[in-house]
Ligand binder design. Sequence first.
Ligand SMILES: [Zn+2]
Length: 394
Amino acid sequence: MKKNMNLSENFYQNSLFTFDSFACFCAVDTINVSPDEARNVIKVVSQKNKPVKFAFEPNDGLVRVSLKSGAVEERNILSSLLSINEDKIENYKKFFEKNGFFFPINIDKFEEIDDDSLLIIISRMKATVELMSQISEIQRKNYDRILTLTLALLLSPETTIQIGPHQYKTCKHKKLYDELNISASINDDESKLKVDKDYNIKITDSIYGEYKLDLDSYRHFMYDDDLLDNFWRKIVHSYVNHQDANEDARLIIEFLFHTFVDIGWFWSVSFDNINFAQEPKWDKFDDKLKKALLEVTKIVIAEEINSNITGVYPEYDSVIMEPRWRVESLMSALYFSIFYMKPNLELTRLCANPKCGRYFKVSRTSLKKKYCCPECANRANQNRYRARKKEISI
Ligand SMILES: [Zn+2]
């Protein structure tokens, strides 16, 4: 008993915050909308008789601790959440039953959340972690993946879930959307554009130095209603007419302009792929655009994290006489773990076995580690061997 007490005391001294919540009862209802459409609703209610406690310790991440002994019950709650197979919403039930819901909820009445919104919230968290990990890869950056995830975070519509009187909104990327509002007030005035003798508009561009956009194309973009939707028209408008926008905002606009106009138009983007209208011109995805992408990705990661740690406050702890953080929800606690992830020291990486889907921690000294466990490494080797054999037999 004595031993346990000491352990927990030390533990709490090393932790940056503790957070109390309640386990929850979780049920999934399927609503049949039509013979070929069904949607799921997650119902959660807090269990007052099942309190749970979390602590954040820089070396172990967010952990759940036993209320009785103070011992760690489960390490790295962020990895546990991100490793859940998202194919079935039922798979999340266990997580909420053990750890409580993302936000404080009722104790006497179900809160309902539709599965799409919940999965979007989790996908955004996954994308943020994957991007942090991709950014700090030195030699093996997967630029296609970085492009897809960055565009998905930047351009996906805002998702809102209502929990009692509280509303949670996914991150709205203010730098981009504020710029679109500002540039919307600038009139289209061709007499102000710098046009050369070949009818090209000369644009100051931080990615390519100077960029020439031919005047006819510009007019099509701006006035041909069938060509661009309102959003992309605003991007082109800002790109041409607001060249002295705020530095970060300008880079995002330039990057979106070149991705859309040079690589290829796309209808939509998800966390899995970009839905291009036609075969993308990947040769246009050159080193300069890749460099700009990495800068935009960093801005996007920062905005995602900042928007999700608004429920975290500094607080002075009178017992241990040390500064601590006060955390209002499991959601904030999870993003706090991302906030404290040091891309230069340690990463949370997705296992390279495509059938696995687990996230695991990699330290700077074991950067080559691609698989979460030896079994996954073996399986991937076997698959490669089988694929090669198949190729040969064909
Ligand atoms: Zn694995």
